[in-house]
Design a protein around this ligand. Structure first.
Ligand code: ATP
Ligand code: MG
Length: 576
């Protein structure tokens, strides 16, 4: 590509509305432009990078036996009504009506469409397993679109859906995708971790998120310092507290009410009573599956984990009770609930077992009770792991210390079971001629988010340092004096040689100052730069510089083409 006739509109200044570095650099390097909130145009160089990620995904999906299709972006409401998601999906789903007044939506995901296709086309176990994938534009009306294409409203996703005859088959399909995803992100040159994620009612270890490790990541991961355990905070399990009664020397004493006027938060209460939040008990009132009221009890310095709580209850939906319900249930406004005398089902975190002489709400406005003791003053039907892990906890697998890391979720694999096949009647006949539901899995990758995450991980003050696999160009040739024949001839010759050898090369043939060309080359982050200048050419040399390294290498004009080819290969080899 010749820069002079191509289109890479770069900027020097940092755009004011871009919070994270990848968003800033994608705008500055001329990769994307915003149309409106969360909706972007991919400019030519950005599109090249997107296409490279897509190609890697295609290669690995095909290699894993998945089959490419392309499904429609517009989906009829009836399918979503069938699966039950039309009412459930909420405002992220962009809904509209066509001229015949038929409801439709712009697909945020494609379980319904693929299940509809498969139920019509597949009748027999002999036709399974199948795994279909597509690379396609999705729309999700995100509450807070931000960080450029990292969290857009319209974005490109690779989504895949597997169909198997039984659980075992589904697990095999899942494992194949797990391996394919590892290869995909390795080939994209990313530093990432596959972490366990919440599976909801399905259970087991059949949901993993692929996290690119980066400070700006929106997700927190608990990661073991010793073994390979890593999980997102929703999922990370907590080791049961050791049953070590002797370590707790405190003797239960008599319960008493304390007046705590205007105390609203746990921190206020701890400060007011001069105790550690560990001594306090939080009693949270929830409405479960729309009808039942359940109280969740966690220690004052712990956070209730709603995903774990919901899974423990086997519930579909969970929401905090409104103030009126809290008042009706506890006899007091929010902030004064406690387990003593509470007449609803109570579920407690396992750490609550270890508490002695705890402080809880008195179910009376402006009052708490102290020296409350489990067994004597209240009973619990069910204990479980219902809190979120903290950095002070230990690895649930090996007991070693853990650390928290930030990550960007670029991929997600998930076992769906028979949720959609049951709701939509996707059946097949097994070997005995019996009707069975297909067992499904789904597997997503954010294509644009992957490019943004790569930039988040690979940049410096000057600009992007693209991993070669997903760089818009592999090599930039930079002739310094465009009026000097010896310079332009050398540059052109090299340009044609590299092109003929399959290298993606950008020839910066603009009549710009050297400084501008250098700055733009650094901004765009092409892994290899070849500088051709009058003085060098006179000495029979060009300068080759790796974007990730400081010093350039002088190489003879004669050896340069081979040298460049070799460097390109080395850059690929370092990640494959
Ligand atoms: P998140 O928690 O970040 O919203 P999600 O759990 O909703 O993601 P999935 O439904 O699993 O995401 O979608 C599969 C992949 O699509 C994600 O792993 C992510 O890489 C990408 N993705 C999801 N939402 C967006 C978005 N708004 N913009 C860009 N990519 C996205
Ligand atoms: Mg989302």
């Amino acid at each position: 590509m010749r820069y002079s006739t191509y289109f890479i509109p770069t900027h020097r200044e940092i755009p004011a509305d871009a919070e994270v570095v990848s968003h800033q650099l994608m705008l500055r390097a001329g990769l994307i432009r915003k149309l409106t909130s969360g909706i972007y145009t991919y400019l030519p160089a950005g599109l090249r990078s997107i296409k490279k990620v897509e190609q890697i995904i295609r290669d690995e999906m095909n290699r894993a036996g998945a089959i490419e299709v392309l499904m429609p972006a517009v989906q009829p409401a009836e399918l979503w009504q069938e699966s039950g998601r039309w009412d459930f999906y909420g405002r992220e789903l962009l809904r509209f009506r066509d001229r015949h007044n038929r409801d439709a939506c712009f697909g945020p995901t494609h379980e319904e469409v693929i299940t509809d296709l498969v139920r019509d086309e597949i009748q027999s176990y002999k036709q399974l397993p199948l795994n279909f994938y597509q690379i396609q534009t999705k729309f999700r009306d995100e509450i807070r679109p931000r960080f450029g294409i990292m969290r857009g409203r319209e974005f490109i996703m690779k989504d895949a859906y597997s169909f198997d005859v039984d659980e075992k088959g589904a697990e095999k399909s899942y494992d194949l995708m797990y391996e394919a995803y590892n290869r995909i992100f390795e080939r994209c040159g990313l530093r990432f971790k596959a972490v366990e994620a919440d599976t909801g009612p399905i259970g087991g270890n059949y949901s993993h998120e692929f996290m690119v490790l980066a400070e700006s990541g929106e997700d927190l991961i608990a990661s073991c310092l010793q073994c390979s355990y890593a999980a997102n905070l929703e999922k990370a399990e907590i080791r049961p507290p050791e049953d070590n009664a002797s370590s707790n020397e405190e003797k239960p004493v008599e319960m008493e009410e304390v007046h705590t006027p205007d105390i609203k938060t746990i921190d206020d209460l701890a400060a007011f009573l001069s105790v550690s939040p560990r001594k306090l008990l939080k009693t949270l009132i929830y409405r479960v599956d729309d009808d039942e009221i359940v109280a969740a009890l966690v220690r004052g310095d712990h956070e209730l984990n709603e995903a774990k709580f919901r899974n423990l209850l086997g519930a579909e939906t969970l929401e905090m009770a409104d103030p009126e319900t809290v008042h009706r249930t506890t006899g007091a406004p929010t902030g004064f609930a406690g387990p003593v005398g509470l007449k609803v089902r109570m579920v407690a975190d396992q750490a609550v077992k270890e508490m002695t002489n705890l402080i809880a709400g008195a179910n009376r406005e402006d009052f708490h009770v102290r020296n409350v003791n489990l067994g004597r003053d209240f009973q619990i039907e069910q204990f479980g792991d219902i809190r979120t892990i903290t950095p002070d906890d230990h690895c649930p697998k090996c007991g070693a210390p853990i650390e928290f890391k930030r990550g960007i979720e670029v991929g997600h694999i998930f076992k769906l079971g028979t949720k959609y096949s049951k709701a939509m009647n996707a059946e097949f006949l097994d070997e005995q001629g019996r009707k069975k539901y297909m067992v499904m899995g789904c597997y997503g990758i954010g294509v644009g988010r992957t490019v943004a995450a790569a930039i988040e991980q690979n940049h410096d003050d000057e600009g992007i340092i693209f991993p070669i696999q997903i760089a818009p160009f592999e090599v930039t040739i930079l002739p310094l004096q465009m009026h000097e024949r010896s310079v332009t001839d050398t540059a052109e010759e090299m340009y044609y040689f590299l092109q003929d050898n399959g290298i993606d090369v950008l020839l910066d043939d603009r009549k710009e100052r050297a400084g501008v060309k250098f700055m733009d080359a650094d901004l765009l982050g092409t892994p290899l730069r070849v500088t051709v200048g009058t003085r060098g050419v006179k000495n029979g040399e060009v300068e080759i510089k790796m974007r990730a390294e400081k010093p350039p290498h002088p190489v003879s004009i004669q050896d340069a083409p081979e040298f460049i080819m070799k460097q390109v290969r080395l850059l690929y080899d370092s990640t494959e």
